[in-house]
Write a protein that binds this ligand. Structure first.
Ligand code: FES
Ligand SMILES: [Fe+2]
Length: 491
C-alpha cells in the first residue's frame, strides 16, 4: 500500500509520480517508471525487495563503474556560491580521480572546467584561491577565466591549432539554493529539472540566504555510500543516539525495551530520484512533521521538551540550529505560554521576534510545508540536506580516489545571515582532518561516524550478504541504489 495520490488532470502520471513520492508501509519496495529492468543488472549487484547486496559497497569494479557512469553523468554539489566571492575565485572539486575547476568568471557568472592542461595534461590548480588568469604550472600556458586560450609559449613551433581547440573543456554549471552544482555530461538535463521536487519544497527555507558557518572534512574507512547511509534514516536513533530520547535525564545508556518500543517512527518518502525521511512526528504512517513536535519525550513541561532539544542540537552538533534559536529556546523555558498554544509554536513566535529585531529576513513556514520538507533529503547521489528555519546541515561523501573502502565525508553548517550582509564577502575556512576523532564534531556525529567503520568491517564477513532494509524507515538507502542503476546499466 502506498499513499501516492491520483494525479490531477493535465499532468502525465510520470510527472505527477515524481512530484508526490511514495511512502510505503510494508509490502512494496518503491519503483518508478523508467527504472532499469533488474535482469539487466549482474546478479551480484542486483537489488531485491528491500535488499541491497554488499558487492555494491565493497567491489572495486562497482566503484569503477560509479566513477565512470554515475558521477560523470549526475549533478554534483561542488561548493557554495559564497566560496566564490570575487572574480577569479576558484574551488577545485575532486571526486574519485576526477578533478574539476569551478571559477567565478564574472560578477554574475560561474564556470567550470576539467582541471587538465591542453598541452600535456598537467592538473592546472589545486585547492582554492583567486587568480587573474589560469596558468599551467608546467610550461606556463595561460587561459582567460572564460576558458579561452591566452598564451601558448612559442606557439609558432606547434602544429597550427584553432583557439577553440586549445580552450579549456567546459563542464556544466548550475546554481540552486546557494549551492554550485557541476555535471560532466554535456547532454545532462537542466539542474532544476534534475532536482525536482526539491526546488519547490525547499523554497520556504531560503537556503540562498544562508552562508557556511563552518565546514569540516574527514577521511572515513568506509565506502562513500556507507558514510551517507548512516544519515539517511532515523531508525538508528534509538540504538545509536539514546541520549536524544533522554535529554531530561542527560545520560547515554542504551534504552530499555519499553523505551525502544515507544520510540518514534521516521518514515521515508522516495521520489523518482531523491528521497527523504521525517523523524519529527508522532508515530504515524504519514510522517507529518510539525515544528511543535520535538524529539524529547516524557518531560511533563512541554517548554523544557522543546527548549532542551533545540539547545542540545546546537550545543552538540553546532548546526541545524543557531545562536538565535538557542536564545529563543532559553526564553521559552520560563515563558508564560498561553493556554492551548503548543510550546513549539510559541518557540517559533519567540524565534521570529528575535530574528526580525536583529535584522534577519523571516518567512513563515506553514505546517504543510514543514510536513513536505521532512527531516533529511538525499540529493541524489552523494549529498544530504537537512532544512530548518534559519539554518541547515549539509553532508557530502565522495570516494577517496578509487578506493571502495575509503571516502571523504564533509559537514557544512549553514546559517542565515542578516539582510544587511547579503552582498558582503563571507569568509569560509574549511577544516580537514585525517581522523574524525580529532575534528571535534560533538557526540552525535561521533556516534554516527563510529558506525560507518563497524558496518564496513562487518560487511567484509563471509557471513554477510547484504543490507536487509525496513520498507518503511530505510527506503532512502534503497532509493539511492535504485536510481544509481539507471546510470550504471545504461549507455
Ligand atoms: S603541460 Fe601545461 S603548459 Fe605544458
Ligand atoms: Fe545519527
Amino acid at each position: 500500500m502506498t499513499t501516492t495520490q491520483a494525479p490531477p488532470t493535465g499532468q502525465s502520471p510520470q510527472e505527477e509520480q515524481s512530484r508526490t513520492g511514495q511512502t510505503p508501509l510494508k509490502g512494496q519496495t518503491p519503483r518508478f517508471d523508467g527504472d532499469v529492468d533488474p535482469e539487466r543488472v549482474p546478479e551480484e549487484y542486483r537489488l531485491a525487495r528491500a535488499f541491497v547486496p554488499k558487492a555494491r559497497y565493497l567491489s572495486q569494479e562497482f566503484l569503477d563503474l560509479e566513477l565512470e557512469k554515475l558521477f560523470k553523468r549526475s549533478w554534483l554539489m561542488a561548493c557554495r556560491v559564497e566560496e566564490l566571492h570575487g572574480v577569479g575565485s576558484f574551488v577545485e572539486y575532486e571526486i574519485g580521480s576526477h578533478s574539476i575547476l569551478v571559477v567565478r568568471e564574472a560578477k554574475n557568472s560561474i564556470r567550470a572546467y576539467f582541471n587538465a592542461c591542453r598541452h600535456r595534461g598537467t592538473r592546472l590548480t589545486r585547492g582554492r584561491g583567486r587568480v587573474g588568469s589560469i596558468i599551467c604550472p608546467f610550461h606556463g600556458w595561460r587561459w582567460n577565466l572564460d576558458g579561452s586560450i591566452r598564451l601558448v609559449l612559442d606557439r609558432e613551433e606547434f602544429v597550427e591549432r584553432s583557439d577553440d581547440d586549445l580552450g579549456l573543456v567546459s563542464v556544466q554549471v548550475g546554481v540552486w539554493g546557494g549551492f554550485v552544482f557541476i555535471n560532466m555530461d554535456p547532454h545532462a538535463m537542466p539542474l532544476l529539472d534534475y532536482l525536482d521536487p526539491i526546488v519547490r519544497i525547499f523554497e520556504p527555507f531560503q537556503l540562498e540566504n544562508m552562508r557556511i558557518r563552518w565546514t569540516k572534512e574527514v577521511v572515513l574507512e568506509c565506502n562513500w555510500k556507507t558514510a551517507l547511509d548512516g544519515f539517511l534514516e532515523a531508525y538508528h536513533v534509538a540504538g545509536t543516539h539514546p541520549q536524544l530520547h533522554r535529554l531530561d535525564k542527560g545520560n547515554t545508556n542504551i534504552l530499555s525495551l519499553k523505551e525502544m518500543e515507544n520510540r518514534r517512527w521516521a518514515p521515508t518518502t522516495t521520489y523518482e530520484r531523491h528521497a527523504h525521511y521525517s523523524s519529527i512526528g508522532e508515530k504515524n504512517p504519514d510522517g507529518v512533521k510539525d515544528p511543535t513536535d520535538r524529539l524529547t519525550e516524557g518531560l511533563q513541561d512541554e517548554r523544557l521538551s522543546v527548549g532542551l532539544s533545540v539547545q542540545y542540537i546546537f550545543d552538540d552538533m553546532r548546526g541545524l540550529e543557531n545562536d538565535r534559536s538557542w536564545r529563543a529556546a532559553e526564553q521559552l523555558k520560563t515563558a508564560d505560554v498561553p493556554d492551548g498554544v503548543p510550546a513549539g509554536r510559541y518557540f517559533l513566535e519567540l524565534y521570529k521576534q528575535l530574528c526580525i529585531s536583529e535584522g534577519y529576513e523571516w518567512n513563515d513556514i506553514t505546517p504543510e510545508q514543514w510536513g513536505e520538507a521532512g527531516t533529511a533529503w538525499n540529493v541524489f547521489p552523494n549529498t544530504i540536506v537537512l532544512p530548518n528555519q534559519g539554518s541547515a546541515l549539509v553532508y557530502r561523501a565522495r570516494p577517496y580516489l578509487n578506493d571502495p573502502n575509503k571516502c571523504t565525508f564533509e559537514v557544512f553548517a549553514l546559517d542565515q545571515i542578516p539582510i544587511a550582509d547579503y552582498d558582503k564577502k563571507h569568509e569560509v575556512n574549511p577544516e580537514f582532518y585525517e581522523d574524525y576523532r580529532e575534528a571535534d564534531l560533538g557526540v552525535v556525529f561521533s556516534q554516527d561516524l563510529m558506525n560507518a567503520k563497524e558496518v564496513t568491517v562487518g560487511m567484509h564477513s563471509p557471513s554477510y550478504d547484504g543490507h536487509r532494509l525496513s520498507e518503511h524507515q530505510e527506503m532512502t538507502i534503497y532509493n539511492m541504489h535504485r536510481v544509481a542503476d539507471r546510470y550504471l546499466w545504461t549507455d
